[in-house]
Design a protein around this ligand. Structure first.
Ligand code: UD1
Ligand code: UDP
Length: 397
């Protein structure tokens, strides 16, 4: 689907439903709102409720439409049905020039589908991430592959991600390497500098988050036990902002409550979370976004998963994929805390996810393709030659 050349402002509908989508589309909303070339039309799906609300201030533009699809523990099929129904109506009513989706959530997939059904072109931010394992992460690997079939613009954060897309047959002229907008947002928020660091002691400070569906249940409980053992060392303080998902809470709260050196807190707003990340010594997480942020701040990240779609950080030496076995999780943390040289190597490995200018590149490319006068904007990034990387799979298996 090709964009029509139209008069400005270009009406860009940004669809977002979860915490990370709000964080990663916020710089785009801000940049479009500040440009005479775009009218950003923010649509929140309500896939997340509290965790989305606490991120909306980052956008600096009010949502034009708010859906309210969250139901406690609803099945993926129900969530998908509610979203496609609601978003279909919104696209028909608003008639945007394009729809922008980010990442691999159910909101992103249904935003892309709803646009496709109404013949509206789709821009995919953070395109091309792959583990190569269809059901891990679940259901995100499928979601991002499907969005890759629908999108007209694929804004890939890294050359590797771009290579996955061209290897799958996406025309190279539709793939752009931009960096990840999460870095743009992180730098912007840290510059504001008003966040509170939640760590309270001079002990070794370990920041933990866990939420992935494929980790829920016994695996997450066992990782909770391993974290408790880590805190038993006596020289470690753990802060864990707890995801709102009841399945996560059921698994982790019984294992982590009532320990003097473990602070389980409600989800932090982005300003406080980034200050806490900047103030920690070590990150242990199954989050996607935090794998990107930690290397930017020189914080070693232990990835508590069996696969990652962000191998760039592992290859750079900034992150380690440790799996989900409790012994492996505990050993990896202990090794880093006790081996200063190994710690230093990870802390100084650097950030492979961009230079903080991804948003500029996305906005400039869209402006050019819509025939808007992009003279005031920086030149769009040139397409980096596709770099397929073999089977595209990256896992501990
Ligand atoms: C979703 C995304 C995942 C992303 C994660 C970010 C899908 C399928 N999954 O997973 O890719 O990494 O968000 O956090 O799109 N809940 C609340 N309040 C909230 C948020 C969630 O109560 O603010 C509870 C609800 O009971 C909800 C459940 O958590 O049903 C699960 O939420 P859901 O969006 O389905 O999945 P996540 O695990 O959050
Ligand atoms: N985050 C936050 N507060 C928290 C935990 C995480 O602001 O209490 C931010 C974090 O900085 C990152 C994003 O939320 O940018 C990651 O979201 P999440 O782990 O829920 O989703 P994923 O990235 O795995 O899709």
């Amino acid at each position: 689907m090709s964009p029509n050349v139209i008069s400005t402002p270009v009406r860009a509908m940004l669809v977002l439903g979860t915490r990370p989508e709000a964080i990663k589309l916020a710089p785009l909303a801000r940049a479009m709102a500040a440009s005479p070339l775009f009218d950003p039309l923010v649509v929140t799906t309500g896939q997340h409720r509290e965790m989305l609300q606490q991120m909306l201030a980052l956008l600096k533009v009010p949502a034009r439409v708010e859906l309210d699809v969250m139901r406690d523990r609803q099945e993926l099929s129900k969530l998908t049905a509610r979203l496609i129904d609601g978003l279909g109506d919104v696209v028909r009513e608003q008639r945007p020039d394009l729809v922008v989706v980010q990442g691999d959530t159910t909101s992103a997939l249904t935003g892309a589908l709803a646009a496709f059904y109404e013949h509206v072109p789709v821009a995919h931010v953070e395109a091309g991430l792959r583990t190569g394992v269809l059901d891990n992460p679940f259901p995100e690997e499928l979601n991002r592959r499907l969005i890759g079939r629908v999108a007209r613009w694929h804004f890939a954060p890294t050359p590797r991600a771009a290579g996955h897309l061209t290897a799958e047959g996406v025309p190279a002229a539709e793939v752009f390497v931009t960096g990840n907008t999460v870095i743009d947002n992180l730098l912007w928020v840290l510059e504001e500098g008003t966040g509170a660091n939640l760590f309270e002691s001079d002990l070794r400070r370990v920041l933990v988050t866990l939420h992935r569906r494929e980790n829920q249940g016994d695996k997450m409980r066992a990782m909770g036990k391993a974290l408790r053992q880590l805190a038993d060392r006596g020289d470690v303080e753990i802060v864990l902002p707890l995801h709102k998902s009841p399945a996560v809470r059921e698994a982790l709260l019984p294992e982590l409550s009532g320990h003097a050196r473990i602070r389980v807190v409600e989800p932090l707003d982005y300003v406080d979370f980034s200050a806490t990340l900047a103030g920690c010594d070590l990150v242990m997480t199954d989050s996607g976004g935090i794998q990107e942020e930690a290397p930017s701040l020189g914080k070693p990240a232990l990835v508590l998963r069996t696969t990652t779609e962000r191998p760039e950080a592992v290859e750079a030496g900034a992150a380690a994929l440790v799996g989900t076995e409790p012994h492996a999780v505990l050993d990896a943390a202990v090794r880093l805390l006790d081996d200063a040289a190994a710690y230093e190597r990870m802390a100084t490995a650097g950030n492979p996810f961009g230079d903080g200018r991804a948003t500029e590149r996305i906005v400039a490319q869209l402006a050019e393709d819509f025939g808007a006068d992009a003279g005031v904007l920086p030149a769009p990034t040139t397409l980096i030659a596709p770099q397929p990387d073999g089977p595209g799979s990256y896992s501990t298996a």
